[in-house]
Design a protein around this ligand. Structure first.
Ligand code: URA
Length: 228
């Protein structure tokens, strides 16, 4: 991790203050004064500031049950930010791993570990996400086959990747997609002449949402490792 980030993760310093301390020559790594904020440090390096060896706080990994009418953003806008559901210190350090629309509910992951979130969202990973979808019109028999082949979304060069659709009732389905295009699920149903009236994310990878509406919990070490 960069030295300025390490300082932020081990002290109360902001990124700007951490950079200043580094540039002023106040920080040493393995007994060498380092004045570049982007200098890379490893966990076992001995980083000293103000005479004390610094230890980075552990990264946090959170599952949240996002309510509708909340924003997947760190700040409030037309609706309150989903961060209002999470009462932890340093909530500002957390970022959202795969946003949901304001009118979508369900599983949202949050972390302060950028490498972990990248492992989940990078396209090559094809991490499956399962949505429970409520439709305006009854689901047609041919839609599952169309989604398996891929459908053409407006303003996209390529067909969507194969997606698995399971019928629950006439107007309710489960859909598993491995991409994360903007409004993807809504646009997929629009592409087959239907409309999404309700959308809820139930699962990411093998991780199933298991907390009540607007509640959150930390992931276990095993759950975190499954995404790596
Ligand atoms: N697809 C959508 O259309 N909206 C979401 O919030 C998530 C997936």
């Amino acid at each position: 991790m960069r030295l300025d980030k390490f300082l932020c993760k081990s002290t109360e310093l902001t990124r700007i203050a951490a950079t200043q301390c580094i540039e002023l020559g106040e920080v040493s790594v393995n007994d060498n004064v380092i004045t570049e904020a982007r200098f890379q440090v490893h966990e076992n390096n001995c980083v000293v500031w103000q005479g004390e060896r610094l230890v980075a706080r552990r990264s946090r990994y959170i599952m949240l049950h996002k309510p509708v009418d909340t924003l997947s953003s760190n700040v409030d806008g037309d609706y309150p930010s989903l961060f209002r559901c999470i009462d932890v210190d340093r909530a500002d350090d957390l970022h959202i791993v795969g946003r949901l629309d304001a009118d979508t509910s369900g599983l949202v992951l949050l972390t302060d570990d950028g490498r972990w979130s990248f492992e989940i969202i990078r396209p090559e990973k094809q991490c499956p996400k399962t949505y429970r979808v409520t439709l305006r019109d009854p689901i047609s028999d041919d839609v599952a086959a169309k989604f398996l082949v891929g459908v053409q979304l407006q303003n996209e060069a390529q067909l969507t990747a194969p997606a698995e659709l399971t019928r629950v009732t006439e107007k309710e389905v489960l859909l598993t997609i491995t991409e994360g295009k903007y409004h993807q699920v809504k646009r997929m149903f629009a592409a087959v002449g239907n409309r999404v009236n309700g959308l809820h994310r139930e699962q990411i990878g093998s991780l199933q949402l298991d907390v009540e509406l607007a509640q959150w919990r930390y992931l276990t070490a095993d759950e975190v490792a499954k995404f790596l």
